[in-house]
Design a protein around this ligand. Structure first.
Ligand SMILES: Cc1ncc(COP(=O)(O)O)c(C=O)c1O
Ligand SMILES: [Mg+2]
Length: 247
């Protein structure tokens, strides 16, 4: 039986919010001080998030407050139906590659009873320290990819996962990469013509891919060889998935 890999981004893909932004509602008046806001960089937000977690801790947010806040975030429309189908079909493996953190992702997956579906979760490791403050580290440290943050090249992670599977005898008939953000372009470029990239309509990855076809920026459009299928709901992805499980 042919095997398929479904690789998901997390924020604004599996869940319908950015978990790192959502948690800011626990700050006093839902606002961050300017000195923390200034730490945000497009090239990486580990230090920024670390300072946010310290600030929340200083202002009385407990582990339970942080976890309950994460439980409020809904799955994106249609993702439940998609995962119900692919987890029962028996020929799909599922992974998450996200620049959020392990505490948020594990808790949200547990809230929605989705932990068992995932064959791998590649994200920044996080934990509550003895004082109850959430701390995190970068997933890795990279300088080879200018499309990615310094702590996470999703393309490298995807390629390593597929190579590792190949060594264990599993060759995917198609890889399906589902994402929304700028940081999902690099993994999209790793895909082959028999693979699929699903950019979420109205979000950065979709805008980038549409613009690239006119301007060839930030990379040459010919580097993107996978089939492109835009999506608004997980049900759009389910339609594609159903078409090849029938083959
Ligand atoms: C602070 C912050 N966290 C997380 C993300 C994206 O995380 P994910 O890789 O899960 O979409 C972004 C994207 O810009 C971000 O700015
Ligand atoms: Mg995202």
């Amino acid at each position: 039986m042919a095997r398929y890999l479904l690789a998901f981004d997390f924020d604004h893909t599996l869940i319908d919010a950015n978990s790192d932004v959502y948690i800011i509602k626990l700050a006093p008046n839902g606002e961050l001080p300017a000195e923390i806001k200034d730490l945000y960089k497009d090239t990486g937000w580990i230090e920024y998030m670390g300072q946010i977690f310290k600030y929340l801790h200083k202002n009385g947010s407990k582990q339970s407050d942080i976890l309950s806040c994460m439980s409020e975030i809904p799955l994106t429309e249609g993702m439940r139906e998609l995962l119900d189908f692919t987890s029962k079909a028996g020929c799909f493996e599922h992974i998450i590659i996200s620049d959020s953190n392990s505490v948020f992702i594990n808790h949200i997956l547990a809230t929605h009873s989705l932990s068992v579906v995932m064959a791998g979760i590649f994200t920044n490791p996080a934990e509550f320290n003895d004082a109850g403050c959430l701390t995190l580290q970068g997933y890795h440290s990279q300088d080879w990819c200018s499309l990615s943050t310094v702590n996470m090249c999703k393309g490298h992670i995807l390629k390593n996962f597929i190579d590792m599977k190949r060594k264990s005898g599993i060759e995917y008939a198609s890889v399906l990469y589902v994402g929304d953000g700028y940081n999902d372009l690099c993994p999209s470029l790793e895909l082959r013509p028999q693979d699929f990239v699903f950019p979420r309509v109205g979000f950065k990855l979709h805008k980038l891919i549409t613009k690239m076809s006119k301007e060839n920026k930030p990379v040459d459009m010919s580097a993107l060889t996978a089939r492109i299928k835009q999506w608004e709901s997980g049900l759009d992805i389910l339609e594609t998935v159903k078409s090849f499980s029938l083959q």
